[in-house]
Design a protein around this ligand. Sequence first.
Ligand code: HEC
Ligand code: HEC
Length: 244
Amino acid sequence: MKFRVLILATAGLSALLCACSSAPGRPTAGDTPIVPSEITDFNVLYGQNCAGCHGNDGKGGAAIALADPVYLAIADDTVLRHATADGISGTSMPAFAQSAGGMLTDKQIDVIVQGIRQRWAQSDILRDANPPSYSSSEPGDPSRGSLAYAQFCSSCHGAGGRGGQKAGSIVDGSFLALLNDQELRTIVIVGRPDLGAPDWRGNVPGKPMSPQDVSDVVAWLASQRAKFPGQPYSTAGKSTGEVR
Ligand code: HEC
Ligand code: HEC
């Protein structure tokens, strides 16, 4: 009798053990969550970290279009990598590298930079176009810039940059407080094709802006910060509830 009980017990136990691997609710290999730092799929990384500001398909967002072959032809990988890893001071572009307080590994940042270029760049889109360089090589002059503004920009942004029928104000203090001079320069050179803003060649048909025109307009825009003061957003990132 004792022997019989033992056999039954053993059979029951092995049945239990065998059933385990297919028991409902037991996670299978595919269910194991991927540790965030192990994600190396561009679409996932871009979707989770960039799409909110730069748009789902790299355009149409609040921040400049990354799916813009003209932008990608003037900004090299060092620019893309530096912006993504370290953020851009004076703007809301965050730093993503772990070394700069973000969440992404160096490898993930490489995946993003290479993915942006592979998907959205067109290698010879600016062949023969002789674009102004990404960073300024000549100092700008605000008073010449005011004339360049009238010539190249006022048709859409209105007199003095205060907004026109085709485009909004670009001298609003709160707007200028959110972009540093390089970002203004980037936008003047590449435009916002996704929003209908022309690049440096298209403001006045047949008359591209010279590199000097670009630097001058940026200097003029920067000079408007003082004239139309915006909020001096704290760069310390502290939220003390203090009203400045
Ligand atoms: C919270 C909003 C926000 C998020 C999220 C964000 N960006 Fe940005 N990014 C900005 C802003 C703002 C700028 C400045 C230019 C502008 O206003 O359009 C910028 C600028 C950039 C530039 C530089 C443009 C130049 O002048 O050369 C790059 C490159 C860039 N972002 C890449 C990325 C990538 C890649 C991600 C995701 C890993 C990302 N950004 C996520 C807001 C954001
Ligand atoms: C053909 C019309 C047109 C011309 C010319 C033009 N823009 Fe724009 N610009 C736009 C449109 C459209 C936008 C999208 C935002 C809006 O509707 O105000 C824009 C947006 C911008 C922005 C803001 C981008 C943002 O993040 O909101 C800046 C800065 C700007 N333009 C500067 C300039 C400057 C400087 C010039 C002259 C060198 C210029 N634009 C010439 C149509 C134009």
